[in-house]
Design a binder for this molecule. Structure first.
Ligand code: SAH
Length: 319
C-alpha cells in the first residue's frame, strides 16, 4: 500500500492530481468552501483558548489541492492577530500536489515539507489533516483454521498479483473467526504518536478527519477507487487510490498515552457545532441564485447517508 501510493516514480499520489470530477475521488474541501472555513473557525477558536500565542505553527498534513488551507485562511483573516501569529506549513510528499498547493497559497508565505518531523519543534501547533491518515498503509491479518495469519501480496503462476498468507507477527485480541480480517497500521500509529508527542511538548491542537470507526474491531476496509468507482484492490496498482478506514479508537488511545485529551465526533456534529448552518445562510444571502447548490453541499457534508456519519472528526488538545 505504501509503495502503490508513495513510490517516487510510480506511486499513485506522486504522479497525478487525483481529486475532483476528472480524477478518481472528491473530498470535502472540494465539495464546498464551507468545509475549510469551518475548520478555520475551529483553528481560531483553539488559538484563542490557548491565550492567543504570538507565534504558532499552522500545519496541514496531506493538503491535496490546497483548497482547505486557502479557505481556512480567507475565513480567519479578520480575526485580530491570528494571521500574524501563524506560520503556515504544508506536509506533502507529492510533487504534483505541492505545485497545486503553491498556486493556491500564493502570498501566504507557506513552507513545504515531506514529513511533520521536518517542521521546527519550537512553538505550539495547530495541525489539521483531512483524509490523510486513511492514505497511510495498513497491514491485514486473516483468520484461518483457528489462527491469525498475515495477509501478503504475491505473484501467481501467471505473474498476476494475488493475496497470500504468512505467519502473523502479532496476535490481536479478537477470536479468529474463519476468514475474518483484522487491520492495523503501525505507520499511522507512529505518525499519531509523533504528532501527540510534539503537542504534549509545545502545546496546541490537532484535528484529524477521515472515514473510520469509533471502536477497534475486525473488518476489511481496504478499498481502491478509480474514476469515482470501487475497483478490486490489486487491479490497478499505482493507478487507483488505496485507502482504509481509520481506527479512531487507536488514535484516541495514543493521544491519551501522551497525556492529551481526545474528543471524537461525527462530521455532522462537528460541522453543526462550529456553525455550518449559519455560514450557509450568510452565503445564500451573498449569493442569491446559489441557494440550492449551497443546501446540497451542506447535505453532502453533514447528511446521514452521505459524509455526515461515516466521517469522524478527532480533535486532540492538552488535557
Ligand atoms: N486533504 C486533501 C487531500 C486528501 S488525499 C483533501 O481533503 O482534499 C491525501 C493527501 O495526502 C494527498 O495530498 C497526498 O499526496 C497526501 N499524502 C499521502 N501520503 C502522504 C505522506 N506520507 N506524507 C504526506 N502527505 C501524504
Amino acid at each position: 500500500m505504501g509503495l502503490a501510493l508513495g513510490h517516487p516514480q510510480f506511486g499513485y499520489y506522486m504522479t497525478r492530481d487525483p481529486l475532483g470530477q476528472s480524477g478518481d475521488f472528491t473530498t470535502a474541501p472540494e465539495i464546498s468552501q464551507m468545509f475549510g472555513e469551518i475548520i478555520g473557525i475551529w483553528c481560531a477558536d483553539q488559538w484563542l483558548k490557548m491565550g492567543s500565542p504570538a507565534k504558532i505553527r499552522l500545519v496541514e498534513l496531506g493538503p491535496g489541492r490546497g483548497t482547505l488551507m486557502a479557505d481556512l485562511l480567507r475565513a480567519t483573516k479578520n480575526i485580530p492577530g491570528f494571521h500574524a501569529a501563524c506560520s503556515v506549513h504544508m506536509v506533502e510528499t507529492s510533487p504534483v500536489l505541492q505545485a497545486r498547493q503553491k498556486h493556491a497559497l500564493e502570498g501566504h508565505g507557506a513552507a513545504w515539507h515531506a514529513s511533520f518531523a521536518d517542521i521546527p519543534a519550537d512553538l505550539p501547533y495547530l495541525v489539521v489533516a483531512n483524509e490523510f491518515f486513511d492514505a497511510l498503509p495498513v497491514r491485514q491479518l486473516v483468520a484461518h483454521d483457528g489462527a491469525w495469519h498475515e495477509r501478503v501480496v504475491a505473484l501467481d503462476a501467471d505473474n498476476e498479483l494475488v493475496f497470500a498468507v504468512r505467519q502473523a507477527g502479532i496476535t490481536p485480541a479478537f477470536e479468529p473467526v474463519e476468514n475474518a480480517i483484522y487491520e492495523f497500521s503501525p505507520v499511522r500509529a507512529a505518525y499519531m504518536n509523533a504528532l501527540c508527542a510534539a503537542l504534549a511538548l509545545r502545546g496546541g491542537s490537532l484535528l484529524a478527519i477521515d472515514y473510520g470507526h469509533e471502536k477497534t474491531a475486525p473488518g476489511d476496509t481496504l478499498q481502491a477507487m478509480r474514476e469515482h468507482r470501487f475497483t478490486p484492490v490489486l487491479h490497478h496498482i499505482g493507478e487507483a487510490d488505496l485507502t482504509s478506514h481509520v481506527d479512531f479508537d487507536e488514535l484516541s488511545r495514543i493521544a491519551v498515552a501522551n497525556g492529551l485529551a481526545p474528543e471524537l465526533r461525527t462530521q455532522e456534529t462537528f460541522l453543526n457545532d462550529y456553525g455550518i448552518n449559519i455560514r450557509a445562510q450568510r452565503l445564500k444571502v451573498a449569493n442569491a441564485g446559489h441557494s440550492q447548490s449551497i443546501d446540497e453541499a451542506v447535505a453532502r457534508l453533514t447528511g446521514n447517508g452521505q459524509m455526515g456519519r461515516l466521517f469522524k472528526v478527532l480533535s486532540v488538545a492538552k488535557a
